[in-house]
Write a protein that binds this ligand. Structure first.
Ligand code: 13P
Ligand code: SF4
Length: 388
């Protein structure tokens, strides 16, 4: 089974064929075509030279979805949880260069000392899911919970894929941050503290964790739509629910379907299907293994030679894993492309520029968090790091 890489020009034909993206659908966000070609080798040399000149003054972190040439220049790679821990554990590094997206760099800024300088090589590299919850919407949701008489019994839990302001809202109301690798512990902790959870912004991670890991039923969950008055829910529905899921999602992971899982099983004898928990409930229910990007990396590293895997997460990572493990059959789940366009904004020109500026002692804008938000956001992140 292979994925089809549609040339950018063919995309213009899609509306004529009645196959244009549906903006209202979760998978409506499309990334046309292929990533830009690998950088000029001269840039790789320049970036490596600037990094060597900086020595221990710089620490470079890279999320698993980064491009191969960027990954090659990192000191550590990981999922969001591991990278947050690693950023917090480097007090000696003057500059933390974060190859990832904005919420990850903000979390690093919250977890590092005030004299440390966190740099995102392309400061416009955001996360579309994180943008689905803003602090004004979260405050309005809380007012709705107050009006329904359930706020006092509700503990907010925010996925780390959220702005510092949302983390601040969460900390202010006694909640915690979670990642794809500790969502079960975070929800269990929150439900020991209160009766209900408001889970932001990824409805899929929240639902998958509640149903698959905590044994709840779909009836225990409601979906709060921040674009509807009162979230589109009645006070009765809010009172009856245990998990109030924010209506957010990752458009990259929404591209995987249960049909693709069935197709992989039909085409590849003995295949194991391994997916990220940002996929929909039907997909994770049909899969064999579900976990964070670090879990996916480790599972495939530990898999026996000759085993076959269909992997449902971002394509750059799946391709790298297929190249790293030629003794295993590793294919991308499904027939459509799933790149994270914003992760790929960190390219060699951006990384080289950042490292050369730092090596030359020139000012470069750091990622910083509004001081008014810092105490509560930091409390929510510290709570995550302290989860039992
Ligand atoms: P991980 O923490 O599993 O790496 O997930 C981050 C992410 O953004 C996945 O889309
Ligand atoms: Fe955000 Fe999805 Fe990209 Fe992850 S893959 S950074 S959730 S848009």
């Amino acid at each position: 089974m292979t994925f089809n890489e549609t040339p950018p020009t063919a995309r213009a034909l899609l509306p004529l064929l009645g196959r244009a993206g549906e903006p209202a659908a979760e998978a409506g966000v499309d990334f046309p075509g292929e990533l830009a070609p690998t950088a000029d080798p001269a840039l790789i040399e320049r970036a490596a030279a600037a990094k060597a000149a900086l020595g221990d003054r710089v620490f470079v972190l890279g999320h698993h979805y980064q491009r191969d040439e960027v990954i090659a220049l990192t000191d550590v790679t990981g999922d969001s949880f591991k990278l947050a821990q690693q950023a917090a554990a480097r007090p000696e590094a003057e500059h933390i260069v974060f190859c990832g997206v904005h919420f990850m760099a903000e979390a690093a800024d919250l977890l590092t000392a005030p004299n440390q300088h966190v740099v995102l090589p392309d400061p416009t590299a955001g996360c579309a899911m994180a943008d689905m919850a803003d602090a004004g919407q979260a405050r309005a949701a809380w007012d709705t919970l107050v009006g329904a008489g359930v706020a006092a019994a509700t503990v907010p839990v925010t996925y780390i894929n959220s702005s510092a302001a949302i983390k601040g809202f969460t900390g202010e109301h006694g909640g915690t941050v979670c990642t794809s690798s500790n969502a079960e512990r975070a929800l269990s902790w929150a439900l020991a503290k209160g009766e209900k959870v408001l889970f932001l912004p990824d409805q899929h991670l929240g639902r998958n964790t509640a149903l698959r890991q905590l044994g709840m039923s779909p009836d225990d969950c409601v979906v709060y739509d921040p674009n509807q008055p009162g979230g589109g829910l009645s006070a009765r529905q809010l009172r009856a629910a245990t998990i109030i899921l924010w209506r957010g999602h990752c458009a990259v992971h929404a591209r995987f379907t249960a049909g693709a899982v069935a197709e992989a099983r039909a085409l590849i004898p003995g295949v194991r299907v391994l997916v990220h928990p940002e996929c929909g409930y039907d997909v994770v229910s049909a899969a064999d293994d579900v976990g964070s990007t670090e879990f996916i990396v480790k599972t495939l590293a530990d898999a026996p030679a000759g085993s076959a895997w269909a992997v449902g997460t971002e394509l750059s990572l799946v391709r790298r894993l297929a190249r790293q493990h030629p003794d295993k059959r590793i294919v991308f789940l499904g027939g459509t492309i799933a790149y994270c366009a914003t992760m790929s904004q960190i390219d060699m020109p951006a990384l080289t520029r950042a490292l050369e500026q730092l090596a030359a002692g020139r000012a470069i804008d750091p990622v910083t968090v509004d001081p008014a938000v810092v105490p509560h956001a930091r409390a929510a992140l510290d709570q995550m790091l302290a989860l039992p």
